[in-house]
Design a protein around this ligand. Structure first.
Ligand code: G3P
Length: 226
């Protein structure tokens, strides 16, 4: 499993990258706009936090392939090594993915909600395809099923494209995607932290701490005893 953070909040990214095995950051126009700061500053701050070379996915905003390709080229200068242009799975987007892949870009096809969109993007040369799990679940779809289908399609058609599942609101959605073979997930900070949270873990650790303190003293660690 490859974990990404799905946020443009550099402070949150810094805090979580210190704790968790995070491979990179994904952004989208909404997440960047939420920061209410100049776009280049938002991207530079994320890069400064995650370090040179870590994967940073930034979405193009043009509607036609020509603009998307030009955006990706300029974004590459801004983002540096580890840049992944995110390109939507429209017809113009597929055209842009083909051209960008030919130029050596590691493209992430985004706004994926159907397996055939993902297959087309994979054949066009996308390195990642990003299915939106919660958005599907919210309208009676099955996000994890879509992920499973994409994983299967990429395998049987011998495509190296990886799933980068996005849009999560529950731990169960993340679990279902992992069980379906999705190779990576991008999570907002609260969802990443929710993966570890469990009351039985908390109560179990509280019991250990109480028993230990009763025997050896409050605040004493094994370092004090060996
Ligand atoms: O980039 C796509 C992903 O961030 C969407 O997430 O929570 O807006 O459905 P959400």
């Amino acid at each position: 499993m490859i974990y990404f953070l799905d946020t443009a909040d550099a402070a949150a990214i810094a805090r979580l990258c210190d704790l968790y095995p995070i491979a990179g950051v994904t952004t989208n126009p909404t997440l960047v706009a939420r920061e209410k700061r100049p776009f280049p500053d938002v991207i530079r701050d994320i890069r400064a936090v995650i370090g040179d070379g870590a994967m940073l996915h930034v979405q193009v905003t043009g509607r036609d392939a020509e603009t998307m390709v030009t955006e990706a080229k300029k974004l590459a200068d801004l983002v540096g090594a580890g840049f992944h242009p995110k390109v939507p799975v429209t017809a113009e987007g597929i055209k842009a993915i083909r051209r960008l892949a030919g130029l050596g870009f590691r493209v992430t096809a985004t706004a994926v909600v159907a397996p055939q969109q993902a297959l087309m993007a994979a054949v066009a040369g996308a390195a990642f395809v990003a299915p939106y799990v919660n958005r599907l679940d919210m309208i009676g779809g099955d996000g994890a099923r879509v992920v499973a289908d994409i994983v299967h399609l990429c395998r049987v058609h011998d495509l190296g494209t990886k799933v980068l599942a996005a849009s999560f609101k529950t731990v169960q959605q993340v679990h279902a995607v992992a069980m379906a073979g999705g190779q990576s997930v991008t999570l907002p900070p609260d969802m990443l932290e929710a993966l570890l949270r469990h009351p039985l873990t908390d109560s179990g650790l509280a019991g250990f701490a109480a028993d230990w303190a009763a025997a050896y003293g409050e605040g004493v660690t094994t370092l004090d005893l060996i």
